[in-house]
Design a protein. Structure first.
Length: 547
């Protein structure tokens, strides 16, 4: 039996690896490229010139960062694809800092390797790494926020917020596995479309089936038209042809606008696109806040949702860092809006704050959380429950008495309850807050300052308030791995809390590196996507049973 040799074409590639060299050469050759393997990382530049290679594929899993730096320093315009382990931002940053022009995260299928090499040999280096795989092109979490902030500081942009429609129907019809495959295909199609138009574009997945795209100023509408046309074409996933659509909000950024404000206005534009019967794209200018229709619609819908008990309460686990055990959960609101999709607590309370429903919404979420928690199975009976209260709650006459009456009616043990209030909400009502907290603590309820480090931190205020916990704001917790300065700030917060006899909870923890650094600094508890997203009660039970 004869074996058909793979046809090779195009420029030669130099594959550099120690442990995985043969496997890397084989994988590249299977994609049809001419490949020469280097023995280890010795004399990489000599080897590059010897074979006349137009590009280098280097496996950083074998400690190839030093060789990568040498190649970039001496090899001029050679394009370099770095293979980095997993999606660890530490490795990606090391690859970029050492001079990689492209990177590919593991694990990857053969098709993504082929696409990565195609980009490697057809694109000139542009001074920053090009993400070659679906996971790398589509930024998430703090990487997405950081890149958006960087682009905004660099100048004017057009921003697109893209929502895939009919996605939930595919999940329901074919299952979550097919839905996940579809989501990846949508992400890749968006990235490919956008990058063909603007090679410097930023593409980020922001939530569920929603993606944010930043392109050059004034180009947003034309890019949106192309994205819609591409997404309207059928997808082949899980052996099925499926058709979906999209809605897109387009905005031009304002001078001095940060990522949060830009995305808020993009959300408003997307909401109007979703509500439109005539267009799938809605664009607003730099001076348009896009709030009128968005707020008016949401306020009416929110009132109806509260009246009909349509606001869900999810629970995010809180973990003892020293033992690894889940010791509590924070109750978080979510609303599955019939046309706008999932809306989190931030959007809910922002809309409520601009209407007369803020106290109503807050009371509703508190009451529902207590009702649900009081019916937990025995396996969850040791967990603490954290509930958020607002500055308006604290300022309301008789809040402590009313809240404790609600707790008593729910039959939930107040000694397993914590109330959390954001730091900025205390400023104008410090005396009232101190008296209210004292009443709650006398009944067994513990008190936490939420989002500590983002408002008007004052040691004097903390000394005057009866508290039990400080919650480190997620931005501080996530930045701890970014620089020595960030770590010093977190260390200062933890040391201050310890000196006041307070425990510390870090929220928004997404990576093992962040957790390890927080543990080294003496943080007591954490919550975040590293362990689990906010969960329904059923999912919480499953997670704690198998976790």
């Amino acid at each position: 039996m004869s074996t058909r040799k793979t046809d090779t074409h195009g420029p030669t590639l130099l594959a550099m690896s120690t442990v995985n060299r043969n496997a890397l050469v084989t994988a590249l050759s299977r994609s049809g490229w001419k490949v020469v393997g280097a023995r280890g990382f010795d004399n990489p530049v000599d080897r590059l010139g010897e074979v006349g290679a137009a590009g280098v594929v280097i496996d950083l899993r074998d400690d190839g960062v030093a060789a990568l730096a040498t190649i970039r320093a001496l090899a001029g315009q050679a394009s370099v694809l770095a293979i980095v382990p997993g999606r660890d931002i530490k490795w990606i940053t090391a690859a970029i800092d050492a001079g990689a022009t492209h990177y590919l995260t593991t694990p990857f299928p053969q098709t993504e390797l082929a696409q990565a090499v195609r980009l490697l040999v057809t694109e000139r280096p542009r001074g920053r790494a090009v993400a070659a795989d679906g996971a790398g092109v589509i930024l998430e979490g703090t990487r997405a926020t950081g890149e958006i902030e960087r682009r905004l500081k660099a100048g004017r942009v057009s921003a697109l917020l893209i929502a895939a429609t009919r996605f939930e129907a595919v999940n329901a019809a074919y299952g979550r596995e097919v839905g996940d495959e579809l989501l990846g295909a949508v992400a890749q199609r968006i990235a490919t479309t956008v990058r063909d138009i603007d090679p410097t574009a930023t593409v980020a997945r922001v939530a569920g089936a929603e993606f944010a795209v930043l392109v050059g100023p004034g180009t947003g509408r034309s890019v949106a038209d192309d994205v819609c046309a591409r997404i309207d074409r059928p997808f082949m996933v899980g052996g099925h042809f499926v058709s979906i659509g999209c809605r897109i909000g387009v905005v031009e950024n304002k001078a001095g606008e940060d990522a949060a404000e830009l995305m808020r206005r993009a959300s408003a534009a997307l909401a109007e696109a979703r509500l439109s019967d005539t267009s799938t794209i809605h664009a607003i200018g730099a001076e348009d806040n896009g709030e009128a229709l968005f707020d008016a619609t949401l306020e009416s819908d929110l009132r109806n949702a509260i009246e009909h008990d349509q606001i869900e309460v999810l629970f995010q686990p809180q973990i003892d860092i020293s033992s690894g055990y889940v010791v509590g959960v924070e109750a978080l609101a979510r609303w599955r809006h019939p046309t706008l999709g999932d809306l989190g607590a931030g959007t809910l309370f922002a809309v409520a704050a601009r209407s007369e429903y803020l106290v109503t919404l807050s009371n509703h979420v508190q009451r529902r959380a207590l009702q649900i928690a009081s019916g937990w199975p025995s396996g969850l009976g040791v967990l603490r429950l954290s509930i958020n209260v607002t500055a308006n709650d604290i300022a309301a006459p008789g809040f402590a008495e009313t809240f404790l009456a609600t707790v008593e009616a729910s039959a939930f043990d107040p000694h397993r309850l914590t109330v959390e209030i954001t730091e900025s909400g205390l400023i104008d009502n410090l005396g009232i807050a101190a008296a209210t907290f004292a009443q709650l603590r006398a009944a067994g309820v513990r008190v936490a300052i939420d989002d500590f480090g983002t408002g008007y931190s004052s040691l004097a205020w903390l000394k005057s308030l009866p508290l039990d916990y400080l919650k480190i704001d997620k931005d501080l917790a996530q930045d701890i791995a970014g620089s020595v300065r960030d770590r010093v700030v977190v260390r200062g917060v933890i040391d201050m809390a310890r000196s006041l006899g307070l425990s510390v909870i870090a929220e928004g923890v997404e990576t093992q590196e962040q957790l390890d650094l927080l543990a080294a600094e003496g943080c007591n508890y954490y919550q975040g996507f590293l362990f689990a997203a906010p969960l329904s009660v059923d999912d919480l039970i499953v997670r704690l049973t198998i976790g």
